[in-house]
Design a protein around this ligand. Structure first.
Ligand code: HEC
Length: 155
């Protein structure tokens, strides 16, 4: 059982959580999401862990923050975004089931390491209108490590 003060603490925690959630939804909507379904999918029960991204980071290797939206295994599980298995040197926007933004579809070509590097440094600058609205990796070294890791995701 909660003590009196413990109960008050719980209420505060819930209130702070609700406000944090509202701020995330509000800021994502404001930033002009080209795929409005993304927000609700990203905040669905399976992806509530997104809110704990900071905690997850550092505990699961270079792609820790990607797995909220992308599957990394070969099954191409349908999460909120296309799977990343074999992504290095794969054609861009390759997943038939996924509704890519027209910005990304218009890019053409393959995900060479150089292209991935540009995209991941700043997705919105690389493909203005992309629905991958978070997860830029501004740090060069972190991007190198991440791309080296992505290269291992193949048979
Ligand atoms: C909040 C969800 C989310 C997170 C987190 C996220 N992505 Fe994405 N990602 C997307 C969405 C949505 C798209 C499709 C973008 C579009 O259509 O414009 C995408 C597209 C991609 C693509 C292109 C895939 C293809 O089939 O052409 C790559 C590569 C990619 N993401 C890598 C990453 C990496 C690496 C991370 C981790 C650093 C990451 N993403 C984190 C949502 C996310």
């Amino acid at each position: 059982m909660f003590s009196r003060s413990g109960n008050a603490g719980l209420k505060w925690a819930l209130l702070v959580g609700a406000v944090a959630l509202a701020v995330v939804v509000w800021s994502e909507l404001r930033s002009g999401v080209s795929d409005p379904g993304l927000v609700s999918r990203a905040l669905g029960p399976a992806n509530v862990s997104y809110l704990f991204k900071a905690q997850v980071n550092g505990s699961k290797g270079p792609a820790a923050q990607c797995v909220v939206c992308h599957a990394l295994d070969r099954r191409e599980a349908q999460r909120v975004a296309p799977g990343l298995w074999g992504i290095v040197d794969a054609p861009k926007a390759r997943a038939g089931w996924f509704a890519y933004s027209s910005a990304l579809r218009a890019k053409g070509g393959t995900w060479t390491e150089a292209e991935l590097d540009r995209f991941l440094a700043d997705p919105r600058a690389y493909a203005p209108g992309t629905s991958m609205i978070i997860s830029s990796i501004p740090d060069d070294k972190a991007r190198r490590e991440l791309i080296a890791y992505l290269k291992t995701l193949r048979d």
